[in-house]
Design a protein around this ligand. Structure first.
Ligand code: GLY
Length: 383
């Protein structure tokens, strides 16, 4: 088993090295032999950029390769200007996987300055009436002030980290309030998730739940479910609030009940076209990392979560890992960016990133701890 993981790790580092030599823009999706960048018209177009820096930093930590380190520094510095960009809810993804892990892996705390500024920029998106971080901005056509989404749960680690580092409780407090709202507004009673919650931004009342990247408003988009699982487990790790743990457990149980035999999710757990529809290898990779995070905080059930995570990772290695690329390539095949938008059957930079994070957890717990363990556990008292 571990031998598989070692081979996959070497392959991932080689592929990252080749991509570093070839890429001129931050990559998002890989198809027909080339990487495509995401559109950058809106600030939110940058949401994927931290996955490339995260890959470079982890590949460097495994290999010690000076070229990977200077690549990681170069691409991380290219993100610094976004620290004051209040127009995106994804500063957590962007800065946690660039500046924060740069500081943790190199021991050079000057990397943290931009991450801290980004965290204090992100909390400007908090709506105190609805108690949520706003996902998108009005675009001249539609009004978005009332929308939050499940993906946002993954941006909270940056806020908890910022409070840990500074002792200023505001970011952590907002993260916890947002997570409480998301639990009520986006997690259903059966442990599945909706993608988007639509509030009246003035009264703060929930109007409806919606699905933009899943099959229908009542269905469960598999990557959204994975963001939720990982996000709630992280919230519990930082706060010890029991409801966050029980929510993460319920999300994991729903996931287990809806995985296909090879454990790599279809793009929506409730698509009526299963099995004749698309997989999302990125949902599998994020789920593995979410299970590892859950295992770290749920000692009683840790072997159950880790056992599943390991089997999912083995399946990714055996069936979804690209072994034969000679030029630039994604690491995994068969991601699904958005099936409703007709974007699927490609490699995805976030699938690749979480695959390497998962391999790191199983092969090098020392690197994993250094990159991801909070500076101090349990910032806030539990309830
Ligand atoms: N925006 C996050 C995702 O597509 O998964």
């Amino acid at each position: 088993m571990t031998a598989n993981f070692q081979a996959a790790l070497q392959k991932s580092i080689e592929t990252t090295r080749r991509n570093l030599g070839a890429l001129e823009e931050f990559p998002e999706s890989f198809k027909h032999g080339e990487w495509k960048a995401i559109e950058k018209e809106r600030a939110a177009g940058h949401w994927v950029d931290g996955f490339w820096t995260g890959l470079l930093w982890l590949a460097y930590a495994h290999s010690g390769d000076a070229l990977l380190r200077s690549g990681a520094e170069h691409w991380t510095n290219k993100l610094a200007h976004l620290k004051t960009s209040a127009g995106t809810h994804d500063l957590g993804f962007i800065f946690y996987l660039s500046h924060v892990i740069a500081g943790r892996l190199t021991g050079d705390a000057t990397w943290y300055d931009n991450g801290l500024e980004a965290a204090f920029t992100l909390i400007q998106r908090f709506n105190p009436r609805g108690e949520y971080l706003q996902a998108w901005d009005d675009d001249g056509i539609r009004k978005w002030a009332g929308r939050t989404n499940i993906d946002l749960m993954m941006n909270l680690a940056l806020l908890y980290w910022a409070s840990d580092i500074t002792g200023d409780r505001r970011p952590a407090d907002i993260a916890t309030r947002h997570a409480r709202t998301s639990r009520v507004a986006l997690v259903r009673g059966d442990g599945s998730t909706a993608h988007v919650a639509d509030f009246n931004p003035q009264s703060g009342l929930l109007i409806r739940r919606e699905q933009y990247q899943g099959y229908s408003h009542d269905s469960c988009w598999s990557r959204g479910q994975a963001w939720a699982l990982y996000g709630f487990a992280t919230c519990y790790r930082y706060t010890a609030i029991p409801a966050f743990l029980t929510t993460a457990q319920a999300l994991a149980d729903y996931t287990i009940g809806h995985l296909p035999a090879d454990l790599v999710p279809f793009w929506d757990y409730n698509s009526p076209h299963i099995p004749d529809t698309y997989r999302d290898s990125s949902a599998a990779a994020v789920t593995v990392c979410g299970l590892v995070e859950l295992a770290a905080v749920d000692g009683e059930n840790a072997s159950r979560w880790l056992g599943l995570a390991e089997r999912m990772l083995i399946s990714l290695c055996e069936h979804f890992l690209i072994m034969d690329a000679a030029g630039p390539s994604s690491i995994l095949r068969n991601g699904a960016r958005s099936v409703p938008a007709n974007l699927m059957e490609h490699g995805l930079i976030y699938g690749d990133y979480y695959f390497l994070e998962a391999l790191t957890a199983f092969t090098r717990p020392d690197i994993y701890q250094r990159a991801f363990a909070p500076e101090s556990a349990h910032l806030a008292p539990g309830e």
